[in-house]
Design a protein around this ligand. Structure first.
Ligand SMILES: Cc1cc2nc3c(=O)[nH]c(=O)nc-3n(C[C@H](O)[C@H](O)[C@H](O)COP(=O)(O)O)c2cc1C
Length: 336
Protein backbone atom coordinates (compact mmCIF):
# COMPACT_ATOMS: atom_id res chain seq x y z
CA UNK A 1 0.00 0.00 0.00
CA UNK A 2 1.27 3.44 -0.88
CA UNK A 3 1.57 6.14 1.76
CA UNK A 4 -0.23 8.63 -0.48
CA UNK A 5 -3.44 6.63 -0.29
CA UNK A 6 -3.13 5.73 3.37
CA UNK A 7 -5.83 7.44 5.49
CA UNK A 8 -4.66 10.23 7.75
CA UNK A 9 -6.13 11.22 11.09
CA UNK A 10 -6.14 15.00 11.32
CA UNK A 11 -7.20 15.58 14.93
CA UNK A 12 -10.87 14.45 14.96
CA UNK A 13 -11.29 13.90 11.24
CA UNK A 14 -10.18 11.04 9.08
CA UNK A 15 -8.87 11.88 5.60
CA UNK A 16 -9.20 9.09 3.04
CA UNK A 17 -5.76 9.86 1.61
CA UNK A 18 -2.83 12.28 2.04
CA UNK A 19 -3.76 14.48 -0.90
CA UNK A 20 -4.99 18.00 -0.17
CA UNK A 21 -5.91 20.89 -2.42
CA UNK A 22 -3.89 23.96 -1.47
CA UNK A 23 -5.86 27.18 -1.01
CA UNK A 24 -6.04 29.07 -4.30
CA UNK A 25 -7.87 32.35 -4.90
CA UNK A 26 -10.13 32.03 -7.88
CA UNK A 27 -11.03 35.74 -8.09
CA UNK A 28 -14.57 34.72 -8.93
CA UNK A 29 -16.62 35.98 -5.99
CA UNK A 30 -19.15 38.80 -6.19
CA UNK A 31 -17.77 42.20 -5.17
CA UNK A 32 -19.39 41.76 -1.76
CA UNK A 33 -17.50 38.49 -1.17
CA UNK A 34 -20.42 36.20 -2.00
CA UNK A 35 -19.98 32.72 -3.42
CA UNK A 36 -20.96 32.21 -7.07
CA UNK A 37 -22.01 28.96 -8.82
CA UNK A 38 -18.43 28.71 -10.07
CA UNK A 39 -17.16 27.95 -6.57
CA UNK A 40 -19.64 25.12 -6.05
CA UNK A 41 -18.63 23.44 -9.31
CA UNK A 42 -14.90 24.15 -8.98
CA UNK A 43 -14.52 22.63 -5.52
CA UNK A 44 -16.99 19.74 -5.97
CA UNK A 45 -15.09 18.68 -9.11
CA UNK A 46 -11.86 18.24 -7.12
CA UNK A 47 -13.83 16.29 -4.50
CA UNK A 48 -15.14 13.98 -7.25
CA UNK A 49 -11.52 13.61 -8.35
CA UNK A 50 -10.84 12.06 -4.90
CA UNK A 51 -8.87 14.84 -3.23
CA UNK A 52 -8.96 13.94 0.47
CA UNK A 53 -8.93 17.45 1.95
CA UNK A 54 -9.92 20.59 0.09
CA UNK A 55 -8.95 23.99 1.47
CA UNK A 56 -11.00 26.86 0.17
CA UNK A 57 -9.09 29.88 -1.06
CA UNK A 58 -8.05 32.85 1.11
CA UNK A 59 -11.36 34.22 2.39
CA UNK A 60 -11.48 37.72 3.84
CA UNK A 61 -12.27 38.04 7.54
CA UNK A 62 -12.75 41.78 6.91
CA UNK A 63 -13.67 43.58 3.67
CA UNK A 64 -10.47 45.68 3.79
CA UNK A 65 -8.48 42.47 4.27
CA UNK A 66 -9.17 41.05 0.82
CA UNK A 67 -6.40 40.65 -1.75
CA UNK A 68 -8.92 41.80 -4.39
CA UNK A 69 -12.60 42.63 -4.50
CA UNK A 70 -13.22 39.27 -6.19
CA UNK A 71 -12.09 37.32 -3.12
CA UNK A 72 -14.54 35.33 -1.08
CA UNK A 73 -15.68 36.89 2.18
CA UNK A 74 -16.59 35.58 5.61
CA UNK A 75 -16.89 38.87 7.47
CA UNK A 76 -20.70 38.78 7.63
CA UNK A 77 -23.37 36.19 8.39
CA UNK A 78 -24.72 36.79 4.91
CA UNK A 79 -21.78 34.76 3.56
CA UNK A 80 -22.63 31.56 5.47
CA UNK A 81 -25.33 30.21 3.17
CA UNK A 82 -23.20 30.35 0.00
CA UNK A 83 -20.21 28.79 1.74
CA UNK A 84 -22.50 26.02 3.00
CA UNK A 85 -23.45 25.22 -0.59
CA UNK A 86 -19.77 24.90 -1.48
CA UNK A 87 -19.21 22.63 1.54
CA UNK A 88 -22.21 20.47 0.66
CA UNK A 89 -20.93 20.10 -2.92
CA UNK A 90 -17.54 18.86 -1.71
CA UNK A 91 -19.01 16.57 0.96
CA UNK A 92 -21.35 14.96 -1.56
CA UNK A 93 -18.19 13.52 -3.15
CA UNK A 94 -16.50 12.42 0.07
CA UNK A 95 -13.91 15.15 0.60
CA UNK A 96 -13.14 16.70 3.96
CA UNK A 97 -13.39 20.46 3.83
CA UNK A 98 -11.42 23.40 5.15
CA UNK A 99 -11.34 27.14 4.61
CA UNK A 100 -8.41 29.53 4.74
CA UNK A 101 -9.22 32.54 6.92
CA UNK A 102 -7.24 35.51 5.66
CA UNK A 103 -6.37 39.17 5.99
CA UNK A 104 -4.27 40.64 3.17
CA UNK A 105 -2.71 43.49 5.17
CA UNK A 106 -0.60 45.76 2.96
CA UNK A 107 -1.15 43.51 -0.07
CA UNK A 108 -4.89 44.31 -0.15
CA UNK A 109 -5.92 45.97 -3.40
CA UNK A 110 -9.45 46.96 -2.36
CA UNK A 111 -10.94 50.47 -2.21
CA UNK A 112 -10.24 52.63 0.83
CA UNK A 113 -7.68 52.47 3.57
CA UNK A 114 -5.48 49.38 3.96
CA UNK A 115 -3.66 48.24 7.12
CA UNK A 116 -0.31 46.77 8.13
CA UNK A 117 2.01 46.59 11.15
CA UNK A 118 4.07 49.46 9.70
CA UNK A 119 3.37 52.13 7.08
CA UNK A 120 5.54 50.63 4.32
CA UNK A 121 4.05 49.88 0.89
CA UNK A 122 4.66 46.46 -0.72
CA UNK A 123 5.96 48.25 -3.84
CA UNK A 124 5.18 51.34 -5.95
CA UNK A 125 2.05 49.76 -7.38
CA UNK A 126 0.50 49.32 -3.93
CA UNK A 127 -1.02 51.86 -1.55
CA UNK A 128 0.91 52.81 1.56
CA UNK A 129 -0.86 51.08 4.44
CA UNK A 130 -1.93 52.74 7.67
CA UNK A 131 0.08 51.56 10.67
CA UNK A 132 -2.35 49.65 12.84
CA UNK A 133 -3.35 50.95 16.26
CA UNK A 134 -3.96 48.57 19.14
CA UNK A 135 -7.69 48.95 18.43
CA UNK A 136 -7.17 47.96 14.81
CA UNK A 137 -5.29 44.87 15.98
CA UNK A 138 -8.10 43.93 18.37
CA UNK A 139 -10.62 44.33 15.56
CA UNK A 140 -8.65 41.90 13.38
CA UNK A 141 -8.39 39.30 16.17
CA UNK A 142 -12.14 39.52 16.76
CA UNK A 143 -12.76 39.24 13.01
CA UNK A 144 -10.81 35.94 12.85
CA UNK A 145 -12.87 34.67 15.79
CA UNK A 146 -16.20 35.62 14.21
CA UNK A 147 -15.05 34.12 10.91
CA UNK A 148 -14.30 30.82 12.69
CA UNK A 149 -17.83 30.81 14.14
CA UNK A 150 -19.28 31.39 10.67
CA UNK A 151 -17.06 28.69 9.13
CA UNK A 152 -18.40 26.19 11.65
CA UNK A 153 -21.96 27.21 10.78
CA UNK A 154 -21.18 26.67 7.10
CA UNK A 155 -20.11 23.10 7.98
CA UNK A 156 -16.35 23.11 7.38
CA UNK A 157 -14.41 20.20 8.93
CA UNK A 158 -11.19 22.17 9.45
CA UNK A 159 -9.87 25.73 9.53
CA UNK A 160 -6.63 27.20 8.25
CA UNK A 161 -5.27 30.55 9.39
CA UNK A 162 -3.34 32.33 6.62
CA UNK A 163 -0.05 33.30 8.22
CA UNK A 164 2.00 33.26 4.99
CA UNK A 165 2.94 35.08 1.79
CA UNK A 166 3.43 38.58 3.12
CA UNK A 167 -0.20 39.08 4.11
CA UNK A 168 -1.13 40.63 7.43
CA UNK A 169 -0.02 37.94 9.91
CA UNK A 170 3.13 37.25 7.90
CA UNK A 171 3.87 41.00 7.91
CA UNK A 172 3.74 40.98 11.70
CA UNK A 173 6.00 37.92 11.93
CA UNK A 174 8.70 39.35 9.66
CA UNK A 175 11.21 41.98 10.78
CA UNK A 176 11.38 43.03 7.10
CA UNK A 177 7.83 44.46 7.35
CA UNK A 178 7.28 44.88 11.08
CA UNK A 179 9.11 47.94 12.40
CA UNK A 180 6.88 48.43 15.43
CA UNK A 181 8.33 49.41 18.77
CA UNK A 182 5.34 48.31 20.88
CA UNK A 183 4.41 44.84 22.18
CA UNK A 184 3.80 43.64 18.58
CA UNK A 185 7.27 44.40 17.18
CA UNK A 186 10.93 43.73 17.84
CA UNK A 187 11.57 40.37 19.52
CA UNK A 188 10.43 37.02 18.09
CA UNK A 189 7.89 36.77 20.86
CA UNK A 190 6.45 40.21 20.06
CA UNK A 191 6.27 39.58 16.31
CA UNK A 192 4.48 36.31 17.03
CA UNK A 193 1.96 38.02 19.35
CA UNK A 194 -0.71 38.71 16.73
CA UNK A 195 -0.62 35.13 15.43
CA UNK A 196 -0.77 33.82 18.99
CA UNK A 197 -3.80 35.98 19.77
CA UNK A 198 -5.51 34.97 16.52
CA UNK A 199 -4.92 31.27 17.28
CA UNK A 200 -6.25 31.72 20.83
CA UNK A 201 -9.32 33.61 19.56
CA UNK A 202 -10.07 30.94 16.98
CA UNK A 203 -9.42 28.13 19.47
CA UNK A 204 -11.86 29.77 21.94
CA UNK A 205 -14.71 29.00 19.51
CA UNK A 206 -13.35 26.08 17.45
CA UNK A 207 -12.32 22.66 18.79
CA UNK A 208 -11.77 20.97 15.42
CA UNK A 209 -8.66 20.58 13.27
CA UNK A 210 -6.67 23.79 12.99
CA UNK A 211 -3.97 24.43 10.41
CA UNK A 212 -1.73 27.46 10.02
CA UNK A 213 -0.02 28.33 6.74
CA UNK A 214 3.36 29.98 7.13
CA UNK A 215 6.14 31.24 4.89
CA UNK A 216 9.09 29.57 6.53
CA UNK A 217 11.59 31.66 4.56
CA UNK A 218 11.10 35.28 3.48
CA UNK A 219 13.94 35.33 0.92
CA UNK A 220 14.56 38.86 2.23
CA UNK A 221 17.40 40.58 3.99
CA UNK A 222 16.42 40.78 7.67
CA UNK A 223 13.43 38.56 6.95
CA UNK A 224 12.25 35.53 8.91
CA UNK A 225 14.23 32.32 8.61
CA UNK A 226 13.69 28.61 9.14
CA UNK A 227 15.07 28.91 12.66
CA UNK A 228 12.39 31.51 13.52
CA UNK A 229 9.72 29.19 12.21
CA UNK A 230 10.91 26.22 14.19
CA UNK A 231 10.47 28.36 17.31
CA UNK A 232 7.09 29.76 16.13
CA UNK A 233 5.92 26.25 15.23
CA UNK A 234 6.78 24.92 18.70
CA UNK A 235 4.68 27.71 20.15
CA UNK A 236 1.86 26.94 17.73
CA UNK A 237 1.98 23.28 18.71
CA UNK A 238 1.66 24.24 22.38
CA UNK A 239 -1.41 26.33 21.47
CA UNK A 240 -3.18 23.35 19.92
CA UNK A 241 -2.40 23.87 16.23
CA UNK A 242 -2.66 20.47 14.51
CA UNK A 243 -0.60 20.95 11.36
CA UNK A 244 1.67 23.57 9.83
CA UNK A 245 1.15 24.13 6.10
CA UNK A 246 4.65 25.13 5.06
CA UNK A 247 5.12 27.57 2.21
CA UNK A 248 7.69 30.33 1.60
CA UNK A 249 8.09 33.87 0.30
CA UNK A 250 5.79 36.79 -0.37
CA UNK A 251 6.82 39.35 2.18
CA UNK A 252 8.94 41.16 -0.42
CA UNK A 253 9.24 40.66 -4.15
CA UNK A 254 12.13 38.29 -4.69
CA UNK A 255 13.47 36.40 -7.66
CA UNK A 256 13.99 32.97 -6.27
CA UNK A 257 15.02 29.75 -7.86
CA UNK A 258 12.01 27.43 -7.86
CA UNK A 259 12.22 23.76 -8.80
CA UNK A 260 10.17 20.62 -8.08
CA UNK A 261 9.65 20.27 -4.35
CA UNK A 262 11.70 23.38 -3.54
CA UNK A 263 9.78 24.02 -0.31
CA UNK A 264 9.84 20.43 0.97
CA UNK A 265 13.05 20.93 3.02
CA UNK A 266 11.20 23.61 4.99
CA UNK A 267 8.29 21.27 5.75
CA UNK A 268 10.80 18.62 6.77
CA UNK A 269 12.78 20.96 9.04
CA UNK A 270 9.66 22.20 10.85
CA UNK A 271 8.21 18.70 11.20
CA UNK A 272 11.34 17.38 12.88
CA UNK A 273 12.56 20.59 14.51
CA UNK A 274 9.23 21.46 16.16
CA UNK A 275 7.73 17.97 16.40
CA UNK A 276 4.48 18.93 14.67
CA UNK A 277 2.83 17.46 11.57
CA UNK A 278 3.43 19.47 8.39
CA UNK A 279 2.26 19.55 4.82
CA UNK A 280 4.53 20.04 1.84
CA UNK A 281 3.55 22.24 -1.10
CA UNK A 282 5.17 23.74 -4.17
CA UNK A 283 5.75 22.15 -7.57
CA UNK A 284 4.78 18.68 -6.42
CA UNK A 285 3.23 17.24 -9.55
CA UNK A 286 3.88 13.50 -9.75
CA UNK A 287 2.72 10.55 -7.67
CA UNK A 288 6.31 9.30 -7.36
CA UNK A 289 7.47 12.64 -6.01
CA UNK A 290 4.59 12.81 -3.50
CA UNK A 291 5.18 9.22 -2.41
CA UNK A 292 8.91 9.86 -1.85
CA UNK A 293 8.15 12.77 0.48
CA UNK A 294 5.78 10.67 2.58
CA UNK A 295 7.88 7.48 2.56
CA UNK A 296 10.88 9.43 3.84
CA UNK A 297 8.78 11.08 6.54
CA UNK A 298 9.55 14.58 5.24
CA UNK A 299 5.93 15.77 5.64
CA UNK A 300 2.54 14.30 6.60
CA UNK A 301 0.30 15.61 3.85
CA UNK A 302 0.86 16.61 0.22
CA UNK A 303 -0.73 19.88 -0.81
CA UNK A 304 -1.29 20.33 -4.54
CA UNK A 305 -1.90 23.70 -6.15
CA UNK A 306 -1.76 24.38 -9.88
CA UNK A 307 -1.68 20.73 -10.91
CA UNK A 308 -5.21 20.40 -9.49
CA UNK A 309 -6.35 23.39 -11.54
CA UNK A 310 -5.10 21.65 -14.66
CA UNK A 311 -6.18 18.15 -13.65
CA UNK A 312 -8.99 17.91 -11.09
CA UNK A 313 -8.79 14.09 -11.22
CA UNK A 314 -5.06 14.01 -10.37
CA UNK A 315 -5.59 11.52 -7.51
CA UNK A 316 -7.05 9.00 -9.97
CA UNK A 317 -3.94 9.25 -12.18
CA UNK A 318 -1.77 8.92 -9.08
CA UNK A 319 -3.70 5.85 -7.90
CA UNK A 320 -3.10 4.12 -11.23
CA UNK A 321 0.57 4.97 -11.11
CA UNK A 322 0.95 3.60 -7.59
CA UNK A 323 -1.16 0.51 -8.27
CA UNK A 324 -3.99 1.54 -5.94
CA UNK A 325 -7.67 0.77 -6.41
CA UNK A 326 -9.66 3.97 -6.10
CA UNK A 327 -13.28 4.09 -7.16
CA UNK A 328 -14.52 7.53 -8.07
CA UNK A 329 -18.08 8.24 -6.99
CA UNK A 330 -19.68 9.10 -10.31
CA UNK A 331 -20.02 6.95 -13.43
CA UNK A 332 -18.77 9.92 -15.43
CA UNK A 333 -15.48 10.07 -13.57
CA UNK A 334 -15.25 6.27 -13.52
CA UNK A 335 -15.47 6.18 -17.30
CA UNK A 336 -12.72 8.74 -17.72
C1 LIG B 1 -4.11 30.94 -8.75
C2 LIG B 1 -3.45 30.79 -7.42
C3 LIG B 1 -4.06 31.29 -6.29
C4 LIG B 1 -3.46 31.13 -5.03
N1 LIG B 1 -4.13 31.58 -3.92
C5 LIG B 1 -3.65 31.29 -2.69
C6 LIG B 1 -4.41 31.56 -1.54
O1 LIG B 1 -5.57 32.00 -1.61
N2 LIG B 1 -3.85 31.29 -0.34
C7 LIG B 1 -2.60 30.75 -0.22
O2 LIG B 1 -2.13 30.55 0.91
N3 LIG B 1 -1.87 30.44 -1.30
C8 LIG B 1 -2.37 30.67 -2.53
N4 LIG B 1 -1.68 30.26 -3.63
C9 LIG B 1 -0.46 29.43 -3.47
C10 LIG B 1 -0.82 27.94 -3.55
O3 LIG B 1 -1.62 27.55 -2.45
C11 LIG B 1 0.43 27.04 -3.57
O4 LIG B 1 1.13 27.20 -2.36
C12 LIG B 1 1.36 27.40 -4.73
O5 LIG B 1 0.64 27.51 -5.94
C13 LIG B 1 2.49 26.36 -4.88
O6 LIG B 1 1.95 25.09 -5.13
P1 LIG B 1 1.88 24.47 -6.63
O7 LIG B 1 3.28 24.54 -7.20
O8 LIG B 1 1.41 23.06 -6.42
O9 LIG B 1 0.93 25.30 -7.43
C14 LIG B 1 -2.23 30.46 -4.91
C15 LIG B 1 -1.61 29.96 -6.06
C16 LIG B 1 -2.20 30.10 -7.30
C17 LIG B 1 -1.53 29.50 -8.50
Amino acid sequence: MSKLFEPYQLQTISLKNRIAMAPMCMYSAEDDGMVTPFHVVHYATRAAGQVGLIILEATGVLPEGRISNKDLGIWDDVHIEGLKQVVDGMKAYGAKTAIQLAHAGRKATVEGEIYAPSAIAFNDAYKTPTEMTLNDIEKVIEAFKQAAIRAEKAGFDALEIHGAHGYLISEFLSPATNKRTDAYGGSQENRYRLLRQVIDAVRSVWDGPLLVRVSAEDYAENGTTMDDFIVFSRWMKSQGVDLIDVSTGGVVQANINVFPGYQVPHAEAIKHGAGIPTSAVGLITTAIQAEEILQNNRADLIFLGRVLLREPYWPLHAAKELGEEVTPPTPYVRGW
